[in-house]
Design a protein around this ligand. Structure first.
Ligand code: PHE
Length: 339
């Protein structure tokens, strides 16, 4: 049995010197020292030995086991060091190699225009307010002086969740939410998504974007409104841009106006873009109706205000000469790359 043990030892050491990877090393450990390993198998036969031989063989076997374990552990350490070094060498980075080109995304034209609009009004001291897109009928219509059955609801038909909850048709409900919670002076813009049950065509979409503006303070006049919109139009469409107000009706402003800017394409002489009008309508505006102030607990005898609402899509189409609104939603990379 002694010889058997010694030959196992020699064989194991011989194999150990040829091991090149940690996996091979592990296999070797199992082969000799594992539960079904060669050393273990030999030791199982110890029962047939005489009582004198047993401790001698037992000691020898233990020595061999310990020696092998130590050698395997050492080999393992060396192998993992070698593998680590190999890996480091393989992963060396050549900093002189040309870089890989990253495809950089761009801002969507709607975002570009929205950011420009925000920039202009933030510069004038406005704050940005937000409101929910799923809105109560009360905020979207009622509080804005558009009672049930008012004809103004016809042109702003929308998607109803139930009788009292709908997808907002305009950003104007944010006016009410802000005035309910804050006393004047108020100076906000509210950008956001709005919904109407319109069919899709070159100038309509059931989902589009507006920016609402609201200023309420003592002594706010129509002159302030005009001055503000003029500055806005020039900032967005160029210094030469003029604005024009046409009388209009909105239930929540009085007086109300539709606001045109001189055509960004021809400057006002008339062209295809402005349908030979020289002017292009971009927003609705007016002085906040006294009833609306009152509903929000603001005394119309003390305070006055103006409000305006503009379409972001329309503005973007003007700013970039885009002739079909659908292009803004199709996400065709060839289109989007141009901005
Ligand atoms: N909310 C109006 C619309 O969507 C626009 C508007 C806003 C008009 C504020 C006047 C004042 O048509």
């Amino acid at each position: 049995m002694k010889e058997q043990l010694n030959s196992i030892r020699m064989q194991a050491e011989q194999e150990l010197s040829n091991v090149g990877t940690i996996t091979e090393l592990e296999n070797l450990r199992v082969k000799y020292l594992g539960k079904k390993g060669e050393l273990t198998t030999v030791l199982r036969g110890m029962g047939s030995l005489s009582p004198e031989e047993r401790p001698v063989i037992g000691q020898l076997a233990n020595e061999i086991r310990e020696a092998l374990e130590a050698k395997i552990d050492k080999a393992k350490e060396e192998l993992s060091k070698k593998e680590r070094l190999n890996k480091l060498e393989k992963e060396v980075i050549d900093v002189t190699m040309p870089g890989k080109r990253k495809m950089l995304g761009k801002k969507h034209p709607l975002s570009i225009v929205l950011d420009e609009i925000k920039e202009v009004f933030l510069g004038m001291g406005y704050e940005i307010a937000e409101g929910p897109e799923v809105e109560l009928d009360y905020y979207n219509f009622e509080a804005l002086n558009i009672p049930k059955n008012h004809p103004a609801r016809d042109v702003q038909d929308t998607f109803y969740i139930n009788e009292n909850i709908l997808l907002r048709t305009q950003t104007s409900p944010v006016q009410i939410r802000v005035m309910e919670n804050k006393k004047p002076p108020i100076k906000i813009i509210c950008p956001g998504r709005v919904y109407r049950s319109d069919a899709v065509d070159a100038t309509h979409s059931p989902i589009f974007h507006q920016v609402e503006g609201l200023v309420v303070d003592k002594g706010v006049t129509m002159g302030d409104l005009v001055g503000t919109l003029k500055l806005f139009a020039k900032s967005l469409f160029g210094e030469k841009t003029e604005i024009r107000l046409r009388p209009h009706h909105f239930p929540f402003t009085e007086p109300s106006a539709e606001v045109d800017v001189s055509c960004w394409n021809c400057g006002g002489s008339g062209c295809r873009v402005c349908k030979n009008e020289g002017w292009i309508e971009i927003l609705g505006a007016g002085m906040v109706h006294p009833k609306v102030l009152e509903v929000c607990g603001i005394d119309p005898e003390v305070y006055s205000g103006f409000a305006f609402g503009l379409g972001v899509e329309r503005t973007a189409m003007g700013r970039f000469n885009i002739d079909d609104m659908r292009l803004l939603y199709e996400n065709d990379i060839r289109f989007l790359r141009q901005f």
